[in-house]
Ligand binder design. Structure first.
Ligand code: SF4
Ligand code: SF4
Length: 177
């Protein structure tokens, strides 16, 4: 009985000694990060509509966002994630119906000071007035679409009215002839 466990342990040590080494000399060497890795969050501000679905989906209340109404649109002014409470579950990313919130492969999110841990993805001032570039383009787009419809409708009744005139003209021509 005595010494049996020792032999077993040495057998495992001998086996592992010759097995391929899995240790990586980080940070000089790094493992390949999988495609679906849940790393640092990335927000595409151009796609985000400040709807707040991601914040509502979060079970730990990690996301806090602030928005301001500019014209008819909501303008995101602040988007902060307290990642120290994050589970990296991905519910917020799934909840985003604009595909604006993503995980990146960046796993190195350590900070020296605690106050630097929250991830500030957006911090900006809202414009005083709606952006001029978007509105005329949107208005022009709106005007272009309904225009053809009234024209098409207006043309149809005009045709039968024109026909009697032409007919009358033809009749008068015939009378004149
Ligand atoms: S990954 Fe999960 S815990 Fe982290 S912010 Fe998104 S919903 Fe909240
Ligand atoms: S759910 Fe998506 S679009 Fe809505 S506030 Fe969050 S990131 Fe922006």
């Amino acid at each position: 009985m005595f010494g049996k466990g020792l032999i077993k342990g040495l057998q495992i040590t001998w086996k592992e000694f010759w097995a391929p080494k899995l240790t990586v000399q980080y940070p000089d060497e790094q493992h390949t990060v999988p495609e679906r890795f849940h790393g640092r969050f990335v927000l595409d501000v151009d796609k985000c509509i400040a709807c707040g679905l991601c914040a509502n989906a979060c079970p730990n209340k990690v996301i806090s966002l602030q928005k301001q109404k500019v014209g008819k649109k909501q303008f995101m002014t602040d988007y902060v994630m307290k990642v120290q409470y994050c589970l990296f579950c991905g519910l917020c990313v799934e909840a985003c119906n604009k595909d604006a919130l993503h995980f990146s492969k960046d796993f190195n999110m350590n900070q020296y000071f605690y106050k630097n841990i929250p991830l500030v993805l957006v911090k900006r001032e809202a414009p005083a007035e709606p952006l001029e570039e978007e509105e005329p383009a949107a208005k022009a787009g709106d005007k272009e679409k309904p225009k053809p419809k009234p024209k098409a409708k207006a043309q149809k009744p005009a045709e039968p009215a024109a026909q009697p005139e032409v007919a009358a003209g033809k009749a008068s021509d015939k009378e004149g002839q």
